[in-house]
Design a protein around this ligand. Structure first.
Ligand code: SF4
Ligand code: SF4
Length: 134
């Protein structure tokens, strides 16, 4: 059960790093860039130019030739200020919009439980999302 007794734990990160590889990179918001800039002591504009690339109209963290995020080195080297997208995973709106996304994500993320009913998973994700904005 979850620590707060709200239901079964549906996610437990195994720290395998698979989500830090591929998938087009981690989107960064202006707040993410601000936090990262302060953490690394790099000017925000320089940070965006040298550590990010554009994906459509939004910046994402750059990736090494091996496909991993440039901040992955056996673990996340910017864990304290990692982008919101990384902090929220896998409790994101898209999972509620179509619960099949949860099961698809579970095929590549060993921390995701796929043995529970869609209703149970949906309810827990919704609760996590509401807590995140509260
Ligand atoms: S793929 Fe899943 S289990 Fe592996 S590091 Fe990412 S979130 Fe954790
Ligand atoms: S910022 Fe950290 S958690 Fe996010 S993709 Fe890069 S290494 Fe992974």
């Amino acid at each position: 059960m979850s620590e707060d007794g709200s239901g079964p734990d549906i996610f437990s990160c195994q720290r395998c790093g698979d989500c830090c590889k591929g998938y087009g990179g981690a989107f960064v918001t202006a707040d993410d860039i601000h936090a990262l800039s302060g953490y690394l002591g790099i000017d925000p504009l320089v940070l965006e130019k040298n550590y990010c690339r554009q994906s459509g109209r939004r910046p994402v963290l750059g990736q090494n030739e091996n496909g991993y995020c440039i901040f992955w080195d056996g673990l996340c080297t910017i864990h304290a200020v990692k982008p919101r997208m990384c902090r929220q995973w896998p409790f994101i709106e898209g999972m509620v919009v179509d619960i099949r996304n949860w099961r698809a994500a579970g095929e590549s993320c060993p921390g995701i439980r796929t043995d529970l009913s869609d209703e149970t998973v949906k309810a827990i994700i919704k609760k996590k999302l509401s807590e995140a904005v509260a």
